[in-house]
Each structure stands twice: as C-alpha cells, then as structure tokens.
Ligand binder design. Sequence first.
Ligand SMILES: Cc1cc2nc3c(=O)[nH]c(=O)nc-3n(C[C@H](O)[C@H](O)[C@H](O)COP(=O)(O)OP(=O)(O)OC[C@H]3O[C@@H](n4cnc5c(N)ncnc54)[C@H](O)[C@@H]3O)c2cc1C
Length: 459
Amino acid sequence: MKNVDYVIIGAGLSGLSTAWYLKQAGFSVQVLEAQDDIGGRIHTQHQAGWQIDVGANSGLLSSQPLDELIDSLGLRDQVVVANDQAKNRFVVRGGQLWALPLSIGALLKTPLLSPLSKLSLLWEPFRGRGVGEESIGDFITRRLGKEWRDWVIDPFVSGIFAGHPDKLSVQAAFHKVWLMEKDHGSLFRGMLARMKARKQDRAAGRYVPSNHMISFHKGMSTLPKALAQALADSVQCSARVSALTKTEQGWQVTIASGQTLLANKVIMTLDAPDAAQLLAPLSPTASKLLQSIESPPLAVVALGFDRKQITHALDGFGVLIPRSLGIQTLGAIFSTSIFPQRAPEGKVLLSCFIGGSRNPLVATRDEQTLIDQVVKDLTPLLGIQGKPEMSQVKLWPHAIAQYQLGHLEKVAQIRQALAQDCPNLVTRANWHEGISVPDVVSNAERFARHEYILSRVAP
Ligand SMILES: Cc1cc2nc3c(=O)[nH]c(=O)nc-3n(C[C@H](O)[C@H](O)[C@H](O)COP(=O)(O)OP(=O)(O)OC[C@H]3O[C@@H](n4cnc5c(N)ncnc54)[C@H](O)[C@@H]3O)c2cc1C
C-alpha cells in the first residue's frame, strides 16, 4: 500500500497547484482525480481550428504566486495577454450596448446612468460605514444609489458569480471592495490608497502585479497540464475517492476501484456538493453545512460565426445583460476580440452564459434549445445574421459556489466541525477561498508554506 505525506483529492487547479507547492517543499504527494483527465473547471477543447475554453476563460495576473508559477513551469513564452480593447465591458440598456465608463469624461457622457447617479460619486466619500453584514446590492445602493446597483453591479455579479446581488455577501464575495470601506471609509478613498500603495511598492522595488488578463497560446488548460506534467506519477486520473477511514497515522483513502493509499494528511479540493457527499459518513455537521452552499447550474454556450455575420464591432471583453431586462442569457464574452487565436481566420467566437442563481433550471435544458435561446437573445443586440457555423454546449451542474449572506459564518462552522470530526483533513476549495485562478494559486502557495513551517517546528 502506497504511503505518502499528503493525498490530495481532485486534480483541478486547486489540487494540482497545492500538490506542486507541497512537492517543492519536499513532501510526498499523491493527487487522485475522479475523471479521466485533469483540470476540472479549466478545460480547453480544440476542434477544427476553434479553441474553446468551456470553463475559466482567462486569468488575471493579479498575484505574485501566479506570476512566479508561470515562470517556474516555463510557460512565460506561451502566455497571451488580452488585447487592449478587452478593457471595454458592455452593458445592455434600452436595447443597446454601452461601454462601462473608464474615465471621468466617459462617465459624464454615458447614457447608462442618470445625471443624479453620476453626481452620487461626489457624495460617496462622505457616506458612513455600514453596520453588520450586507449584500453587495445593498452595499452599492447605500454608497452610490440604486441605478449603480441595477445597471452596473447587477450585470457585474452575473458576470463573475452568475449570482444575485441581493444574496451575495459583500464581505465574503467582494472582500477587497468591502475592505475599501472598512479601512478607508469610502470606495473612492480606498482606490486612491490602493494606487498610492502600488506607487510606493514600485518605488521600493517590491512586486507589483501587472493585472493583465492572460491566457495561453493553447488555451487555459496549459496551466493545469503543465502542473500535472511536472507532478508526473504523483497524479492519478480515473481514481474517484469513494471512502476515507481514520487511522492512527492519518487516513486510509479508498478509490472506487478498491485500491487504497495511506496518508498523514488528506487535502480535499472538491466543490461543495462533492465534498458534502464524501464527508457525510465522517462529519454529518460539515456535510449538511456544505450542502447548504448554493452552487447552481450554468451552461456555457460557445458560438462560432463568420465575422461578416455580426454587425457589432465586438470591440470589448463582452456584454453583460442586466436581469431586469428579462433576457435569459446572462452575457457573452467576445473571446476572439480578447484572444484572436481562438478561431479560424475570419471567424469570431462568442462564449455565452445561461442559467446561474437566478434562473438555474434554464441551464439544464437540451443543448439545441440552449443554442437557439442564446442566438435569439443576442441577435438584436449584436446584429447577428443567420445561424452559427459552430456551436457547443457545456453544462456545469454546480458551476460557481455562491458566497451568500452568512457564508463566512458557515465556513467557520464547517472548519470547526472538520477539526473535531476529521483531524488531519483540510479543505482547499473554491467554495471558501476565492473562485478566481489567481486566488486558487495564491491559496495553494500560502498553504504549502504554512505546512512547511509547521513541519519545521513540530517535534
Ligand atoms: C464556467 C466557469 C467559468 C469560469 N471562468 C473563470 C475565469 O474566466 N477566470 C477565473 O479566474 N476563474 C474562472 N472560473 C473559476 C475557476 O475556473 C475555478 O474556481 C477553478 O478552476 C476551480 O478549481 P478547483 O481545483 O478548486 O476546482 P475544480 O476545477 O472543480 O476541481 C475539482 C476536481 O475534483 C474532482 N473530483 C470530484 N469528486 C472527486 C472524488 N470523489 N475523487 C477524486 N476527484 C474528485 C473533479 O472531477 C475536479 O476535477 C470559472 C468557473 C466556471 C465554472
């Protein structure tokens, strides 16, 4: 029976990056993945010249660990930085697409917001702090007014979480935004403080993230694939963990095939519903709490067109559709406007989203119905003529964990239950540590560093 320091359950980016950092620190690891391929929610498909990322579309170079990991894995020359025009993010209002304003001049001109809402920016620094936990919807309404909530934050929340602004906790889901108010009393002052800190870091020669949006020549799968390659035999696919048994030393891990491994520690990187299932016999309390973390279905509908079929310039990252408009599609990323290599010459790729927290059942409809619905929704907005040349649907049954009101308290209770019922078992997962690619890598690096220090001071 194989015996390792850590068994890591799941070979998504969380599992692979945690394994990589632990191995760098000198530990023995074994990653077990249920599917026959690694990557989890990062998955690039290649077909007839189309490069389709059906999970994460890009990553923000907003953290030092991700930047350094790219170098350590020798991936720097494969990085593709998003086109400058990706800064434009369109929102639909009055049947048209309007770019979110990026400058004071653009803000003054945009018809997205009324003059009164524009003026509310002047009062924002003088609004008081909130009391207790608040939703992102209430937070923005309080600081900037309802129009900002309805026409800026509502579509933004759909774009990141496929969630509801009145349900997501600002403290849990938008922690950096919440900190601006907590630490500086205002979003405006918080932004100024952040700019000043960056300037000081740059002057002092400290690391300053570029915040470039990136992918790789062969798509986002490049990152998990490179990690898996570096980990070699330490990653095993088609190895669904079916049971965990406590031993004197740590854990016995059983795979569906019957194979067993021994580990001092188990690291579970599963989404909340999968973790709830595996933990049910070990910690009913943690399992029940995990089940209550909403992770609604979302379908990614990739549509390929000839460039001439679309009249809109597609000169931006994509379009977000406020929920109040009653349109089923949440939005679309103009994939080829950001990363042109994703389609054959003369073609364009749109990655569209439908379902999520506010309309979960729609995502589970049959593929052709979803394609027809998204084309119907986008046709008047983008000036689409005819049918897509290429279409593909990927359903994520539990796409993105919703960090709703009470989430932080729930996570604390899960941790407490696990500490009691499952010693030497930890969770590193997108339901409690941030959902983005840079968050996942930063958390893995921090965890491995902590484990290394612990191993040095432990008797
Ligand atoms: C549609 C979509 C778009 C996204 N877009 C972006 C984006 O553009 N930018 C960004 O930064 N982030 C994006 N994200 C978020 C990001 O992709 C994820 O947060 C991140 O990839 C999660 O990685 P993970 O390893 O935590 O989870 P996962 O990738 O889900 O990995 C968990 C793994 O565990 C495996 N598993 C489950 N049960 C078992 C078991 N019993 N035994 C063994 N293995 C098991 C699963 O098969 C899976 O491979 C997106 C997410 C989705 C769903």
